[in-house]
Design a protein around this ligand. Structure first.
Ligand code: AGP
Length: 601
């Protein structure tokens, strides 16, 4: 939800700022803009354009040479995606520029008071109130922008990452954060501020985490972090474990395709060193239930987790949509283990549900892909997935690794509660270890599926059917198709079909059916469900580990433990969504209306 980048150093700022924006564009692409100091004391140079970063780049004519600057890529909340609403926003003198990620909840009241004082507003955004407020506060603090930022943050309600630069003091960039991400990139004679380390990864691998309600003031050679009372704070430094090439497309036509193909490695990396036990410092014996909270794809991974953790650990598991959870005041206490799952570690709905659970004394074990993210930092323990950077908005390899995290937690619970024998644990571990090779096998044979998919590009709606863990997999397949192909798609539990959804089936409706492990009772039931839709005119694409006579199109996946089947069966579903988006001419990596990291509720 909005990408933010700031640079101050020895080089011309334009290059690292635009490069940073390119790497952060996955966070929002409604507009992009930059602010660069032209001459000390003179109005800042500003360029901003609605639409993708490319529009901004095309509009950039001659830019002033400057060693500092800030840039923003927007996912619109308040005010449509226009040039005027694009960030940066300026004070009335045009000397102070501000960019923002998040929502300022009390912006209307602030705007009313500022307009009464004579401030002129140009946009419909919540952000513009903050730049005017900051401008006054800077004057009150004798030009000290960091002190002004601290003063302003105390007046703001909501969530924000803010970055500001002033023409009178152009080497300084001041940032602040509350509930939205901001990291410092520590360079040599240059420093960076950004929403995500990807923005500066080609310049430095040294980064600094910022805590809640902290303000940071960077120059090319200094980094000063304070809390809102002005007390100095020592931030936590960390080394970024991946390199710039991980955030590049590397010969693939889209990040999503690259990320689909990275799944075997991501799974292997997430498993490595963990099959003999997890170092979590959590007393599993004290819990009488587990609650998984997550959104979107991560929620679907949680649904699969429920099957595995309940089966292996013999403990009740609820899976909750994070955005709904706290509002119904659920019953939980210190005997509850809450597992938030989040690729970004910044999803606001998940973070708020986590905080609610904490306030009820639950223990929090998060599953995150992003080191040092807010959800990770606010948890009692973290199981990091090792998917590497996931740039495409549609989640693929992060989902695969979240599934692996679920199995690892299921195994750990069973180990700690003694619910599985050593032999059973050994057997499951071996099966997990075989997953990377099995996913690889599917990837080697998906080409015909790409051809098949194109045949359905004009379908009105596509249905996905599954039973057992195939049901959350069907939900994931439908979610992928909706977000990428902009088609109506729904996932159903096979048995539920006859209770209403079968009315959707018409001549030629494509139905993707995920067959449970062959020979099982579930497989027989699913076979009947397939016949039911075929009898009503559906064209059925069957994903199965063994031949299926009634299939119009057939996709074979390797044999696997039923609980682990989603790791394999989701791969063709990802390919279908990808191919359909390409066939329909959609933007695969940046689908309309979406953002990778959803940092507003
Ligand atoms: C999936 O393709 C989506 N991009 C979305 O559902 C995503 O999984 C969800 O917003 C949760 O994000 P998180 O894992 O970063 O918390």
């Amino acid at each position: 939800m909005c990408g933010i980048v700031g640079y101050t150093g020895k080089d011309s700022a334009l290059t690292p700022v635009i490069e940073g924006l390119r790497r952060l564009e996955y966070r929002g692409y409604d507009s992009a803009g930059i602010a660069i100091p032209a001459e000390i004391g003179k109005p800042l140079f500003i360029e901003k354009r609605s639409g993708k970063l490319k529009n901004l780049e095309d509009a950039l004519g001659k830019t002033p040479k400057s060693n500092s600057g800030i840039g923003h890529t927007r996912w619109a909340t308040h005010g449509g995606p226009t040039d005027t609403n694009a960030h940066p926003h300026l004070d009335n003198e045009g000397k102070l520029a501000l960019i923002h990620n998040g929502i300022i909840e009390n912006y209307e009241q602030l705007r009313y008071e500022l307009e009464k004082k004579g401030h002129k507003f140009k946009s419909e955004t919540d952000t513009e109130s903050v730049v005017h407020l900051l401008s006054d506060a800077r004057k009150e603090n004798n030009g000290d922008l960091a002190a002004a930022m601290r003063q302003v943050c105390k007046q703001l309600k909501g969530s924000f990452t803010l970055l500001a630069i002033h023409a009178d003091d152009p080497t300084h960039i001041v940032g602040a954060r509350r509930n939205s991400p901001l990291v410092v990139g520590i360079g040599d004679g240059e420093n960076f501020l950004a929403s995500d380390v990807a923005a500066f990864i080609s310049h430095t691998k040294k980064a600094l985490e910022l805590g809640q309600d902290q303000v940071v003031d960077i120059t090319p050679t200094s980094i000063e972090v304070t809390d809102l009372s002005g007390q100095k704070v020592t931030g936590k430094e960390f080394e970024i474990s991946w390199d710039a090439t991980a955030a590049e497309r590397g010969g693939f036509s889209h990040f999503m395709l690259k990320e689909i193909y990275e799944q075997p490695k991501a799974i292997a990396d997430t498993l490595i060193g963990r099959l003999s036990g997890l170092d979590l410092k959590i007393k599993f014996k004290k819990f009488n239930k587990i609650v998984i909270i997550a959104c979107g794809t991560a929620y679907n991974a949680g649904l699969v987790g429920k099957y595995a953790i309940e089966k292996w650990g013999n403990i009740p598991v609820d899976v909750e949509l994070a955005s709904e959870y706290r509002y119904r005041e659920p019953s939980l206490d210190k005997k509850t283990l809450v597992i938030p799952i989040s690729q970004s570690g910044e999803t606001m709905d998940t973070l708020m549900a986590l905080r609610y659970a904490k306030s009820k004394n639950a223990t929090i074990l998060s599953v995150c892909n992003t080191n040092g993210s807010t959800i990770a930092r606010e948890s009692d323990a973290v199981l990091y997935t090792h998917a590497g950077p996931e740039i495409a908005v549609a989640s693929t390899k992060a989902f695969a690794t979240q599934l692996i995290a679920m199995y690892l937690i299921g195994l750990e619970v069973s180990r700690k509660l003694g619910t599985l024998t050593k032999n059973e644990i050994k057997q499951i571990s071996e099966e997990l270890n075989q997953l990377p090779a099995k996913v690889e096998q599917i990837l080697e044979t998906v080409e015909p599926l790409r051809q098949t998919t194109r045949k359905f590009k004009s379908a009105e709606s596509v249905l996905f059917l599954g039973r057992h863990v195939g049901y959350p997999t069907a939900l994931e397949g439908a979610l992928k198709l909706k977000e990428l192909a902009y088609m109506h798609a729904e996932g159903f539990a096979g048995g539920e079909l006859k209770h209403g959804p079968i009315a959707l089936i018409d001549q030629g409706t494509p139905v993707v059916a995920i067959m449970p492990t062959s020979g099982s009772l579930l497989a027989e039931k699913m076979a009947s469900n397939i016949q039911e839709v075929k009898a009503r005119g559906a064209i059925v694409i069957v994903i199965s580990e063994s031949d299926f006579a009634g299939a119009d199109h057939f996709i074979r996946i390797p044999k696997v433990n039923q609980l682990m089947q989603p790791v394999l069966s989701v791969v063709p579903l990802q390919v279908i969504a990808y191919e359909m988006a390409v066939a329909r001419g959609n933007d695969v990596d940046q689908p309309r209306n979406l953002a990778k990291s959803v940092t507003v509720e």
